[in-house]
Design a binder for this molecule. Structure first.
Ligand SMILES: [Zn+2]
Length: 79
């Protein structure tokens, strides 16, 4: 498997999706980012985004891990 890519600013946790495990593609992750007001989880496979207040980051991480474990989506290839 390739080395993971750099984490974008604000990303505090990253979970490898099921598709990433199957394809050995470390770019397929669910990223958890914490801002001043809200925390978000964004799946780089299917594009779904989930958000909660910043103080609920634990719940966002939990959702991200659960989503990552079952997400088999592949992003549409770019050019
Ligand atoms: Zn997904």
């Amino acid at each position: 498997m390739r080395a993971t890519t750099d984490w974008p600013e604000g990303v505090i946790a990253r979970y490898l999706t099921h598709a990433a495990e199957l394809l050995h593609d470390p770019d397929l992750t669910v990223d958890v980012a914490k801002g001043t007001e809200e925390s978000t989880a964004t799946c780089r496979g299917c594009g779904i985004r989930w958000r909660k207040w910043a103080y609920e980051t634990g719940a966002v991480k939990q959702w991200a891990q659960q989503h990552a474990e079952k997400c088999r989506a592949l992003p549409r290839p770019t050019a």
